[in-house]
Design a protein around this ligand. Structure first.
Ligand code: PLP
Ligand code: COI
Length: 355
């Protein structure tokens, strides 16, 4: 499929101070769009000036939340080139999410080609400042203009780009996380493994409660027994207990994070024992009490590797590693960001240059 290009006649001023970027607040000059319907399949692929979308007030996405998305980044290398990190994994997961919501499949290779073309057009927007990157948000939504609850016939796929800094105001400093014991995010058989907007909509109440108590995000428990930890609002979670890294296994209610997968590969490469299994709150409490909870961190595209300095369980705060970043967390952060920003060799072949 051809991708048509219409350039903006009105380019925006790029932010002068990269330290003020924040996360997901500024958007580049262009976006990618294409539409789907059952007769024509995907069609009308185009890069156009960034701007509002026009949809029917009856659109499926507005009423029934038929939407999936991805989050990935483009990084500016020291040699000035731009690279992506495991982009095929993101488009593969987007198709897994779409399958769960009965949205149409995308051609991952075509999406990657469209993304590279879009980044090339907006390449001056890829930040050069330390720690900053171009956050990429592909999303796909059902757009039938009628209210019947039915699988969708019409869809829109869009990619927008946002030069971004750190996700948390804390940067790489440890964040405080609250274990949520009332609301649940997902259950097995539900949509937990899919990256769909509805999962995030349902998480806002607990997130707000945590924020009011001074916590950055919540750590979700399994939806049935409310006994095992699953993941944080925007990242997977890992604990180093007595020398072994343990992380909740992918039971269907946890997002299969690409950063999680990369951290596991790095840890195994370094000979650090890793266990993907159920991790109970009780085990974490015991580990804090025995002094064996060496480190805790979250990992995700937006959050990168984020040390957890405090875990709160039913209003009881547990400080992890004296509230400081631990050595394995630091090593993972350094190695992963080194590969992502092209400052370290990439022995796994995870990165891909945007030419
Ligand atoms: N879990 C949730 C709920 C997320 O939103 C994210 C972010 O995408 C992750 C985990 C981490 O996934 P990834 O490493 O692929 O960004
Ligand atoms: C990401 O890390 O890419 C996310 O999607 C997290 C969040 C902003 C929803």
């Amino acid at each position: 499929m051809e991708i048509s290009v219409t350039l903006t006649g009105n380019p925006k001023t790029k932010p002068a101070d990269a330290s003020a970027l924040g996360f997901g607040k500024i958007f580049t000059d262009h976006m990618f769009l294409m539409e789907y319907n059952k007769d024509e399949g995907w069609h009308n692929a185009r890069i156009v000036p960034y701007g509002d979308l026009s949809i029917s007030p009856a659109s499926t996405v507005l009423h029934y939340g038929a939407e999936v998305f991805e989050g990935m980044k483009a990084y500016r290398r020291p040699d000035g080139e731009i690279q992506l990190f495991r982009p095929r994994d993101n488009f593969k997961r987007m198709n897994d999410s779409a399958e769960r919501l009965c949205l149409p499949q995308l051609d991952g290779e075509f999406c990657l080609e469209a993304l590279k073309k879009l980044i090339n057009i907006d390449r001056d927007w890829v930040p050069t400042a330390e720690g900053a990157s171009l956050y990429i948000r592909p999303f796909l939504f059902g757009n039938d203009p009628f209210l019947g609850v039915h699988t969708v016939n019409r869809c829109v796929f869009c990619i927008i780009l946002s030069p971004s800094g750190s996700y948390y105001k804390e940067g790489v400093n440890p964040v405080k996380i609250m274990i949520e014991t009332q609301d649940v995010r997902a259950v097995r058989g539900g949509t937990g493994y899919a990256k769909c907007g509805g999962n995030y909509a349902a998480s806002m109440r607990a997130g707000e409660k945590a924020e009011q108590k001074g916590y950055a995000q919540v750590l979700w428990l399994d939806g049935v027994e409310r006994k095992y930890v699953e993941e944080v609002g925007s990242m997977n979670v890992m604990f180093k207990i007595n020398g072994t890294v343990v992380t909740p296994k992918l039971t269907g209610s946890v997002l299969p994070g690409i950063t999680r997968r990369s951290c596991i590969a790095l840890l195994k490469e370094w000979g650090v024992p890793v266990e993907e299994r159920l991790v109970s709150v009780e085990e974490l409490e015991q580990a804090v009490k025995n002094n064996t909870l060496d480190e805790a961190w979250g990992c995700g595209t937006a959050a990168v590797v984020s040390p957890i300095g405090e875990l709160c369980v039913e209003d009881v705060p547990y400080v992890v590693n004296g509230g400081k970043i631990g050595p394995v967390t630091q090593k993972l952060y350094d190695e992963l960001t080194g590969i992502q920003w092209g400052k370290k060799p990439d022995p796994f072949g995870w990165t891909e240059t945007v030419k």
